[in-house]
Design a protein around this ligand. Structure first.
Ligand code: ATP
Ligand code: AMO
Length: 432
């Protein structure tokens, strides 16, 4: 492009320099003798000031025709000006209209006219023109980058597994059936079986960042039907080893965001605190007691209800683990504890009342795995290729899945998960 600067690069010290800026008309104020245009680009807003005395008649006429959200190129001179926002403005010598915008707009990109989330999501591209919206996605991008850098340094290699699959992996949540030529198939709920099969390949440590699909019927502020899952699996490791990797990752990402996303955090008014290591580890048994002591009903052996999570969130300040979950409410691949097989080596990572990750040490012994598949009422035959990886030297292994959207919610204290996805898929929403 011929762009010379982004808006944030224009400072009073550039006084007198020639510049070319490109962006959207955020606001126009026509005061008769002077026209102010607020030009918005990726990095902020800059004032373009055209006093009639200093502007050619032709240009002045052109400026007068501009409308909100037109895309323009502005050539001009930087001028120090105590009256202007950030004490600097552009005196234009030429303005080109690169694209017009229809009026009225379906959504006010200044945010002055409040809109419901559904209206905003219908016009997501306009919604993203607001800095406090795009800041979320700049931070999410940095988070994913930081996760990759961290995992690569820890010796993990990135893998890609199929999303068109033949069977379920996670009990409980429903599958989306699809037509696969003459057969029935499903959208993948989790790379679980594939990442485990990789443990028999000698690659030892793998990760995948990819969509998972869950046919969740209920409409909540924490569930989506399409999620980006950050998955790891590591051989010769137990649950505690991968919990350490997870908590170290969380801290690393937070430090990285604090360092590289200062502006975005400020825009969002979020002060991120770096949690201390190690994170607290609660036993499931303790959790049941805590929840009960809060006056919330929870039967030992049950999964946490929403009320239980909330009660827990009121007591627990930040990130913490819940471990030793009952074996029979966890999927078949979770390893029962040697000392007490009714408990398991499964864990969840929580942030206050929100589950952000779950993981476990896995069953790596073929016969036990078959037994557990049967116990859950599943047919071992439909797991043949998975099971085959356990017959010829499968090392002990463990792993976890971290929901990218849930993690973003925790990082930024966002209440509705839809805010963390560009184009969310929920019970009602399939477009855009
Ligand atoms: P001046 O005598 O400096 O030209 P004014 O008050 O007589 O200013 P205008 O210049 O037409 O009238 O300005 C109209 C309004 O715009 C005023 O409220 C003024 O304070 C404001 N204004 C003028 N210049 C700037 C600027 N560079 N940035 C922001 N606001 C400005
Ligand atoms: P689980 O089913 O707990 O575990 O999913 C892992 C993490 O993915 C995120 N997540 C979701 N986020 C938003 N909406 C949803 N519908 C949704 N479903 C899941 C959560 C959750 O903690 N195979 C195991 C992981 C493992 O053991 O390695 C699994 O999928 O953040």
């Amino acid at each position: 492009t011929r762009r010379t600067h982004y808006s944030n690069e224009i400072t009073p010290s550039l006084d007198g320099s020639h510049t070319i800026l490109m962006g959207w008309v955020y606001e126009i104020r026509d005061l008769g003798g002077i026209i102010f245009i607020l030009l918005r680009d990726r990095h902020g807003i800059i004032q373009v000031t055209a006093p009639s005395k200093k502007t050619s008649k032709e240009l002045f006429k052109k400026l007068r025709k501009l409308k909100k959200e037109y895309v323009i190129e502005v050539q001009g001179t930087v001028q120090k000006s105590p009256k202007a926002p950030r004490s600097v403005e552009i005196i234009p010598s030429n303005v080109k209209v690169l694209a017009k915008s229809q009026q009225p707009l379906p959504l006010d990109p200044t945010g002055k006219v409040k809109a419901e989330i559904d209206t905003r999501l219908d016009s997501r591209f306009l919604d993203l023109r607001r800095p406090e919206i795009s800041a979320i996605f700049k931070i999410k991008s940095r988070m994913l980058h930081s996760v990759r850098v961290f995992l690569e340094k820890e010796g993990f290699i990135e893998i890609n597994t199929p999303k068109l699959v033949a069977s379920a992996t996670e009990g409980g949540t429903e599958l989306f059936p699809i037509t696969y030529f003459e057969r029935e198939a499903f959208l993948g709920q989790s790379p679980q079986l594939y990442k485990q099969m990789m443990m028999a390949s000698g690659l030892d440590k793998v990760y995948e960042i990819a969509p998972i699909f869950r046919a969740e019927e209920h409409d909540t502020l924490r569930h989506l039907n399409e999620v980006i899952s950050i998955d790891i699996e590591a051989a010769f490791m137990n649950h505690e080893d991968v919990m350490k990797i997870l908590e170290k990752l969380i801290v690393k990402v937070i430090k990285d965001i604090k360092e590289h996303c200062k502006e975005e955090l400020e825009t969002l008014g979020r002060e991120l605190e770096t949690p201390k290591l190690p994170f607290e580890r609660l036993e499931y048994d303790e959790v049941v007691e805590i929840v009960k002591s809060q006056g919330v009903h929870l039967r030992h052996g049950e999964d946490l209800s929403r009320a239980a999570e909330k009660a827990l969130g009121e007591i627990m300040p930040g990130y913490y683990f819940i471990k030793s979950w009952p074996t029979n409410i966890k999927p078949f691949y979770v390893m029962p504890r040697e000392d007490d097989p009714s408990k398991s080596y499964a864990f969840d990572l929580m942030y206050k009342d929100l589950e952000v990750s779950s993981g476990a040490m896995r069953v790596h012994e073929h016969d036990l795995l078959v037994e557990k598949i049967k116990k859950q009422g599943l047919n071992p035959r439909s797991f043949e290729s998975y099971l085959s990886a356990f017959k010829y030297g499968m090392p002990p292994h463990a792993g976890w899945g971290l929901g990218a959207e849930r993690f973003t919610m925790a990082l930024l204290e966002i209440k509705n998960i839809r805010e963390t996805v560009l184009f969310p898929r929920d019970r009602r929403r399939l477009t855009p």
